[in-house]
Design a protein around this ligand. Structure first.
Ligand code: F6P
Length: 360
């Protein structure tokens, strides 16, 4: 066993299922295998911007039942870039040094940051500036972090969306309706494509494949003519209007958020086909609840691998799932490329082979 270490762990960005399973795995491995100390940092980097810092001392007993729990027991934020932090008086301030100073004052030997590409980019910038020994763990229901085939939270989100589709088939069929299910995923169509195939959707629309309303209408009308008097459509939240306009909702503080494509399609399809349409927006249900077994396995494997990288003092790395196993790559390389759906890839070919309409 090497020298005793004191490591920090934080969750950053939008929550998802599986985060607590990672924290549990890191705590178990760091304490039980290596005899280290594990400090949870609350609310992402916000927890290191206060004095005293907001911390949660982690031990094996505390985390033992966290395996299945949704959300993050450490809290998180997807706002407040410390390099341009929005202050109460409306000004913007670089608060990066406060975080770096607190990391060193806490005597941390390393920091594990669980985040998506945006969070990992910010954490890496802090690490480079302040000599923080950083290890990244990819999480996001969007599954869009480069270099890893899977990110924590994605499988659970696909399970939730698939279950919704399974349920909606019955009610759509009972009323001869077209039901449109809007799913999350930001600019990547992974949730829509995976859940669409698993949940037997008749139409799948993703941002990576431009569509024509006329193609969808023709497909639905043909289904109807063949005696299939209902249809289920899954659409990814970042799909644009037919002429390429992003569909967004304005929130408080002038922030735009994706959302509304389901309603847009419902109106257009009703006009074009005379079908009765209904919309289900799954929203944050896709991030909540008990994590799937696959996410628990991924989270556990990533947590253990992150601790082993620290034991070897290999920093500035992100753990990844590649070719059926855990590996690691430099964080810079991992976040360089955004991973969206390959429009010529296996799953798109599968959908086409099943006769699913992709709108093109
Ligand atoms: O990145 C994860 C994600 O859930 C996206 O799929 C979605 O567009 C966004 O976060 C929602 O963010 P918020 O929680 O701020 O509404």
């Amino acid at each position: 066993m090497g020298a005793k270490k004191r490591i920090g762990i934080l969750t950053s960005g939008g929550d998802c299922a599986g985060l607590n399973a990672v924290i549990r795995a890191v705590t178990h491995c760091a304490i039980s295998v290596h005899g280290w100390e594990v400090i949870g940092i609350c609310k992402a980097t916000l927890g290191l911007m206060t004095n005293p810092p907001q911390l949660m001392h982690l031990d094996v007993n505390k985390v033992d039942r966290w395996l299945t729990m949704g959300g993050t027991m450490l809290g998180t934020t997807n706002k407040g870039d410390p390099f341009a932090f929005p202050m109460a008086d409306g000004s913007v301030k670089d608060r990066s040094q406060e975080i770096i100073d607190n990391y060193h004052q806490l005597g941390l030997d390393a920091l594990i940051g669980i985040g998506g590409d945006g969070s990992l980019a910010i954490l890496r910038k802090l690490a480079q500036q302040g000599g923080i020994n950083l290890i990244g763990i990819p999480k996001t229901i969007d599954n869009d972090v480069g270099a890893t085939e899977r990110s924590i939270g994605f499988d659970t989100a696909v399970n939730i969306a698939t279950e919704a589709l399974d349920r909606l088939h019955f009610t759509a069929a009972s009323h001869n309706r077209v039901i449109i299910v809007e799913v999350m995923g930001r600019d990547a169509g992974h949730i829509a494509l995976n859940a669409g195939i698993a949940g037997g959707a008749h139409v799948i629309l993703i941002p990576e494949i431009p569509y024509k309303l006329e193609n969808i209408a023709t497909y639905l009308t043909k289904r109807q003519a063949e005696g299939q008097d209902y249809s289920v459509i899954v659409v990814s939240e970042a799909v644009c209007s037919e002429n390429g306009q992003p569909i967004q909702q304005m929130q408080a503080f002038g922030q735009a958020r994706l959302g509304g494509i389901g309603q847009y399609l419902a109106e257009k399809i009703a006009d074009l086909t005379n079908a009765e349409t209904r919309v289900t927006v799954l929203g944050h249900t896709q991030r909540g609840g008990i994590s799937s077994p696959l996410d628990r396995i991924l989270a556990s494997s990533f947590g253990v691998a992150a601790v082993e990288l620290i034991a070897q003092e290999k920093y500035d790395q992100m753990v990844v799932w590649q070719n059926r196993q855990v590996d690691y790559v430099p964080i810079a390389e991992a976040i360089k490329n955004y991973r969206n759906v390959d429009s010529e890839g296996t799953l798109v070919k599968t959908a086409r082979g099943l006769g699913i309409c992709l709108g093109d």
